[in-house]
Design a binder for this molecule. Structure first.
Ligand code: CP
Ligand code: NVA
Length: 307
């Protein structure tokens, strides 16, 4: 039996494969413009397939976009929070993987610890998708790049400025810079720099600075995320450290004249971004949220061997 196609991290997948997934997402989105949300795509690559989703953390976009996506591919979904499962009572992640592998065709998991995603993947005979962990959020960045390219053309050779925490979402941006050939400048307080192990996947395309004004110089895209992620306990320290790292109109003005703003959401207006920016003309956040559906459908199609 062939090894299952897991989608765990962008650094782990060949660049042409990631590009093919992104192009498939654009094609699928264009083909269903104006359709009701639950109509199935003409080729229905998820027909007769079931996706299981496990959530160890809260989610709005990931949950609804995967559910909408698998339906549009012609398949079905089963969703559970880890606390509803025996996983929440101590059953091992490996045994959970073995059991679900006998019942569904793919699994998406949002996990507290990335290690448990790797352990699940190791024990699973069906594809596993990382729907966010403490270390990365690869599905998000596929939607982000799709959104940028819809509005501004190819990402290759462009500059993205990341403002704030060198966290899980930032890590997947770092991995993407090498795969999609763009420059990424991360501006963050020293205490919240990206992990060296993520920067090791950057192929020289990522710079890290504490100067956000320098970071946005010539940027085509400015990206922010919350100062406090799910599972972070150092709220006060974070708010103090990140207070100077707010994306406001002055920072956007210092970026390139056509620079757009992205945010994975949920957003905290008045913290990492001002209302004027996130609700302003350069913000693409609602397209970005919608594109979670389109990008993930193509990730699923790849997992099912249809790409
Ligand atoms: N951006 C994102 O993953 O949102 P949710 O936490 O709502 O899934
Ligand atoms: N960095 C955030 C992303 C939420 C989608 C978190 O992990 O909470």
């Amino acid at each position: 039996m062939n090894a299952p196609r897991h989608f765990l991290d962008l650094w782990d997948i060949e660049a042409p494969t990631l590009r093919a997934i992104l192009e498939d997402a654009k094609t699928r989105k264009a083909a269903r413009r104006g359709w009701p949300q639950a109509r199935v795509d003409a080729d229905a690559p998820g027909r007769d397939r079931t996706l299981a989703m496990i959530f160890q953390k809260n989610s709005t976009r990931t949950r609804f976009s995967f559910d909408a996506g698998i339906r549009q591919l012609g398949g079905a979904s089963v969703i559970a929070t880890a606390n509803d499962m025996q996983l929440g009572r101590g059953e091992t992640i490996e045994d959970t993987a073995r059991v679900l592998s006998r019942m569904v065709d793919a699994v998406m998991i949002r996990a507290v610890n990335h290690d448990s995603i790797e352990a699940f993947a190791e024990a699973s005979s069906v594809p596993l998708i990382n729907g966010l962990s403490d270390r990365s959020h690869p599905c998000q960045i596929m939607a982000d790049l799709m959104t940028f390219e819809e509005h501004r053309g190819p990402i290759a050779g462009r500059t993205v400025a990341w403002i704030g925490d060198g966290n899980n979402v930032c890590a997947s941006f770092i991995h993407a810079a090498a795969k999609f050939d763009f420059r990424l400048v991360v501006a963050c307080p020293d205490a919240y720099r990206p992990r060296e192990s993520d920067l090791a996947h950057a192929s020289g395309r990522v710079d890290v600075t504490s100067d956000m004004w320098a970071a946005v110089e010539g940027a085509d895209c400015v990206v922010a995320d919350g100062w406090v992620s799910m599972g972070d306990s150092d709220y006060e320290d974070r708010v103090n450290a990140f207070a100077p790292y707010q994306v406001d109109e002055a920072l956007m003005a210092a970026a390139g004249p056509d620079a757009v703003f992205l945010h994975c959401l949920p957003a905290h207006r008045g913290e990492e971004v001002t209302e004027e920016v996130i609700d302003g003309p350069r913000s693409l956040v609602w397209d970005e949220a919608e594109n979670r559906v389109h990008a993930q459908k193509s990730i699923l199609a790849w997992c099912f061997g249809a790409i």
